[in-house]
Design a binder for this molecule. Sequence first.
Ligand SMILES: Cc1cc2nc3c(=O)[nH]c(=O)nc-3n(C[C@H](O)[C@H](O)[C@H](O)COP(=O)(O)OP(=O)(O)OC[C@H]3O[C@@H](n4cnc5c(N)ncnc54)[C@H](O)[C@@H]3O)c2cc1C
Length: 532
Amino acid sequence: MVDLDVVVVGAGFSGIYAVHAFRSAGLTVKAFEAGDGIGGTWFWNSYPGARCDVESKDYSYAFSPELEQEWSWSERYPAQPEILRYLSHVAGKFGLWPHIQLNTRVTGASWDAATASWAVTTSDGATVTARYFVSAAGCLSEFQVPDLPGLDSFEGPWYHTARWPKDGVDFAGKRVGLVGTGSTGIQVAPEIAAVADHLYVFQRTANFAVPNRNRPWEEAEERAFKSRYREYRAEARESFLGVPITGTGRPVLSEPPDDVQRLFTERWRAGGGMPFLGAYTDVLVSQEANDVVAEFMRDRIRETVDDPAVAELLCPRGYPVGSKRLCQSDDYYAMFNRPNVSLVDIRSTPVESVYPGGVKTSADSYELDSLVFATGFDALTGALFAMDIRGAGGVPLRSAWAAGAQAYLGVAAAGFPNMFIITGPGSPSVFSNMVLSIEQHVEWVRDCVVWLRSRGHATIEATAAAQAEWMEHVSEVANSTLFPRADSWYVGANIPGKPRVFTSYLAGCGPYRARCDAVAAAGYEGFALGGP
Ligand SMILES: Cc1cc2nc3c(=O)[nH]c(=O)nc-3n(C[C@H](O)[C@H](O)[C@H](O)COP(=O)(O)OP(=O)(O)OC[C@H]3O[C@@H](n4cnc5c(N)ncnc54)[C@H](O)[C@@H]3O)c2cc1C
């Protein structure tokens, strides 16, 4: 006797919607969440300045027109507390709380061929069995602290932005060191600088940031927008990034340079990363075109930052703009004009150690009261590998993916029957508006399970051949772009020893959805189906 139809790992955007979708299809489901609240990313990353850089009208569920109409976002880009309130509202509205068990980590899951089910073990010592095992454990949930010699000896407190204390941190009068200048570092830095005695930003890699131009979402604007929400969502589903944006449809290199500067200036003033990079067709495929954008952005840094030497250090070089996650901020660069902020170049003078009173680089020592790490995540595979997942024949997922993550359509792995990964490696996931990609995956998996039941199939498993072909296609598409050229978390470069594989699908959300739908329509082509 199997306990449940579906076990879901995690209760972020993916897990919450998975519980609702499976329940609505008449399936029994339970989600286990390690945290003591739901929300995933937006539960854990409660550092000051945490904000989504996809607009709220896009970064929200599309599955319920009623929800869409009744919920009001206060700002163009929602801040972390508001997204968390939204997710609580969703869980309450759709009666999901009883099906989510908090404070419970899934420690392992093993496939049992005899019963065609998964045995899922949890941190409370329990085991539950389920027909289907669905990981909604998050692409960016397993956080990373750099291995700095002497960190243990540091006398002050240190924090990682992905485990921010719920009561907040008071930096008033403190000398703070910030390590990490990606999307999160760029968000948290101005907030710390506003209160700290001094902020030292330890920069290894300068990053490109586009302004947000965040502002309140006016009532009239919201009303007008909501009257055509359905049409808008339909456009989003067919779009490249999961957000409808209007580009010129032409390459930068075919345009008169003055027109290019004018359009980039317009988009810079309007704010937002997606419309900016999406202005022309060749920015992410031609180095020459990319150089034009990169120089435009470096000029904006130079005109914002007063000290020319600091400005030059902040100018990103050595990788194409967009090939590392494009950051968004209205105040990061200008923050360096404050007298209480220093930029420390740890590319040319690396951190050697942490000592009880601060940080020592190869050039100097910095006396610090607190340290903040905004050093990101073991992306895509980290949360999966943190569980002991064993598929057919007891093979661990870690071994199956030793040379790099492999999943057919980015949703199911060969050797792991009846297991699905929401926004897994090989899907658009982190290259898209993730809420849209999450909904697409959850709905596809739900429809698949319903179909299997209606046909009396007990098992489904991606074939090794379909998976290999898909991953080859994924890397072929990636290799036709500039993305693989950067040492980014997209390729696992931030994790020592991780195989360098580009595992996101870059052909666009619309075409990807079409492919997934075609696979389903063909009776789940590329999957082996088992009998009752
Ligand atoms: C700071 C930050 C900003 C971001 N900004 C954007 C943005 O602007 N636009 C965008 O599209 N995306 C953004 N993202 C990506 C974001 O992660 C996704 O948009 C989305 O929130 C992912 O939802 P999820 O439910 O798939 O995963 P998560 O939100 O990561 O949730 C996964 C949950 O699973 C739980 N979990 C993991 N392992 C286990 C286990 N073994 N047992 C039990 N529970 C487990 C975790 O505790 C977590 O709560 C951002 C991510 C971060 C970190």
